[in-house]
Design a protein around this ligand. Structure first.
Ligand SMILES: Nc1ncnc2c1ncn2[C@@H]1O[C@H](COP(=O)(O)OP(=O)(O)OP(=O)(O)O)[C@@H](O)[C@H]1O
Ligand SMILES: [Mg+2]
Length: 253
């Protein structure tokens, strides 16, 4: 397997706050990685470093052997908090088309026929084509998340980074989103931040536990107690193909 992301001895500080410390992480091509860990554990920060939106305080980050800034156009990103003015009159199709802009420099851009066709295909693939004329403010949470994934795909990414794309989404829509990602994983590397380890388990190939430091990165974890202690909350662990779930979630009850 070729590594697509190589992180070496990474520290990130925000002023005096140490968000990430001593991270060494190599992510292979076509990996489907779930990043888990407590609030404030540095998960979003790690994605932003891979995107080149946050600079390392120490250490190096290479994406396809280059700096994150150099390859920004090959990375799709669904941020944790997408702020939309719900009243703003913009359609689903327009939001997805906006994804095409990130790889372009012009201020005023007319979309080409190829771009429009590409966006049609993406909307079909994600099951949101029927919604294309809807205003973005009229969508349910799960529909909006799929639109945001579609927008990220319009970049033609080789890597997709998704920061809690299923927060506040119902169980059925979660399944749908994970299945979409599972399908996309045939073509690209996927990194997803989620607290929903149990639901994502059947789809992922590896997991990383992050709490300022990286405590684990790999396929399955035979001893969840150590991880629970590090993460500060009980987490499940995954085994290939047949996931087994959180063991001690309800132990206190
Ligand atoms: N722009 C910023 N300025 C200062 N501190 C920040 C900034 N962004 C994040 N932090 C701090 O860095 C640490 C890591 O934050 P980060 O958002 O990466 O955590 P997270 O694991 O994504 O948390 P959550 O699960 O709540 O989304 C936290 O202590 C946070 O308060
Ligand atoms: Mg976060």
């Amino acid at each position: 397997m070729k590594p697509v992301i190589e992180i070496k001895d990474l520290d990130v500080f925000y002023g005096n706050v140490k968000a990430l410390s001593g991270i060494n992480l190599t992510i292979d091509e076509k990996e489907f990685l779930c990043i888990a860990g407590p609030n404030g554990g540095g998960k979003s920060t790690l994605l932003k470093v891979i995107l080149g939106l946050v600079m390392p305080s120490y250490g190096t980050v290479k994406v396809f052997g280059k700096t994150p800034e150099e390859v920004r156009n090959t990375v799709g990103y669904v941020p944790q908090f997408s702020k939309f003015d719900k009243g703003f009159p913009i359609s689903v199709a327009d939001v997805v088309l906006m994804g095409c802009l990130s790889s372009r420099k012009e201020l005023f851009h007319r979309y080409s026929r190829q771009e429009r066709e590409k966006v049609e295909n993406i909307m079909n693939e994600l099951g949101i084509h029927d919604l294309k004329h809807r205003q973005i403010g009229q969508l349910s949470g799960g529909q909006l998340q799929r639109v945001l994934i579609a927008r990220a795909l319009a970049v033609d990414p080789k890597i997709m980074l998704l920061d809690e794309p299923t927060a506040s989404v119902d169980a059925d829509s979660k399944e749908q989103i994970y299945k979409i990602l599972n399908r996309l994983n045939d073509k690209m590397t996927i990194i997803i931040v989620t607290h929903d380890i149990e639901a994502v388990s059947p789809y992922i190939k590896s997991i990383a536990y992050l709490n300022v430091e990286l405590y684990y990165h790999g396929e399955a974890r035979p001893d969840s107690n150590a991880i629970n202690k590090f993460c500060g909350y009980p987490v499940g662990f995954v085994a290939h193909a047949s996931p087994y779930h959180v063991l001690n979630r309800h132990q206190e009850g």
